[in-house]
Ligand binder design. Structure first.
Ligand code: GRG
Length: 339
């Protein structure tokens, strides 16, 4: 039974169903072939996640390059600044999840591509603004000096604004479907990035600084700051494939749990990794005495929680009967990643 196979899989161990590399994996440094038992399939299959991530990143980068004004287009400083952060070497997890969700629903990646690019623009905008002195005040992002360090604060604010706006321009160029019109697509992005979700998470994060907060307050922040956009990414992928309401519900469930696990792992990596490994300043949370899962419940419990959340995300994929292998592999990678 597919369901029982699924439950038997033990993540973080080299089980027969899901073989992990001996070392912790990164898409560029290590081989990441994973043998996963498909939800709904009888025989295991091999999924080469490294190849998947490399090829999809290339596709996304080519597409973003086409959507964005050229560096030399006036005002050139603005377009240089937008491109600087967009092509600084992000992992492209949100667009990859969007494309994988489209495939899981039997859609075409090309139909999902504008939406995948739109989500990456929103994500990059949030990082550019988050790094500003008025927010997290960071000097280092995606392995490079932050946008405002290179272009100045004024241009960085505007580049973030422009990337946010660019996202809607790109999304408007996606194909509409009988179940999901352009109105639905735009609403999806606006809601995930608006004052009830992404911004709400950032506000709560800012207001929590220097305070003791509960695990449930922290969950509120993670749901909005991180999970909302990851969830939006997979939902948009499904919508680009004209998915059924049941598929959309499964993707929502998957995205929500992967998003929460993603942030817990991010908090753990902030403690265990170096700035060079992460491409951004490590140890910031501890230095700023920021509330994180490791600081509230400890490292051990945080890892366990991230594993449980990932298991719940896997369980949400059963409905796809073996077509969600890329989503499954991505969720697994997000749990074991080292940057
Ligand atoms: C609206 C200004 C504003 C901020 C929203 C996204 C955000 C809140 C803040 C950025 C910092 C942060 C800790 C965000 C949580 C999500 C997260 C861990 C982002 C980093 O995502 P990765 O690891 O980054 O996918 P790359 O660079 O690989 O794309």
């Amino acid at each position: 039974m597919a369901g029982s196979n699924f439950r038997q899989r033990r993540i973080f161990t080299n089980s027969e169903n899901f073989h992990l590399p001996a070392c912790r994996s990164s898409p560029t440094n290590h081989r990441m072939s994973a043998t996963a038992t498909r939800a709904g399939a009888r025989r295991p299959l091999t999924f080469d996640l490294q190849n998947y991530l490399e090829s999809r990143s290339e596709l996304i980068n080519r597409s973003l390059n086409r959507f964005l004004p050229k560096e030399t287009t006036k005002p050139a400083t603005m377009h240089k600044s937008m491109r600087y952060s967009l092509f600084a070497g992000g992992k492209r997890m949100r667009p990859a999840l969007c494309l994988a969700a489209a495939t899981a629903c039997g859609g075409k990646e090309l139909d999902a591509l504008p939406l995948a690019c739109a989500v990456e623009c929103i994500h990059t905008y949030s990082l550019v603004h988050d790094d500003l002195p008025a927010m997290d005040n960071d000097d280092f992002r995606r392995g490079k000096p932050t946008n405002h360090k290179v272009f100045g604060e004024g241009i960085a604010v505007l580049a973030g604004d422009a990337l946010l706006t660019q996202a809607f321009e790109i999304a408007a160029q996606a194909k509409g479907w009988p179940r999901y019109s352009h109105r639905d697509l735009v609403l999806e992005i606006a809601r995930a990035s608006g004052s009830l979700q992404l911004i709400a998470g950032q506000v709560a994060d800012l207001e929590a600084e220097g305070k003791k907060i509960s695990a449930s307050d922290l969950k509120y922040i993670h749901e909005r700051k991180t999970s909302a956009l990851l969830c939006c990414s997979v939902r948009l992928g499904g919508m680009s494939a004209n998915c059924t309401p049941a598929q959309l519900k499964a993707l929502t469930d998957f995205g929500y749990h992967v998003g929460l696990a993603f942030q817990i792992i991010d908090d753990i990596l902030d403690i265990t990794q170096t700035s060079e490994q992460l491409g951004k300043t490590a140890g910031k949370d501890t230095k700023a005495q920021k509330a994180t899962y490791p600081s509230i419940v400890g490292m051990e419990k945080s890892r366990k929680l991230a594993q449980e959340l990932t298991e719940r995300a896997f369980a949400a994929l059963r409905i796809f009967k073996g077509r969600a292998v890329a989503l499954e592999a991505l969720a697994h990678y997000l749990l074991v990643r080292d940057k």
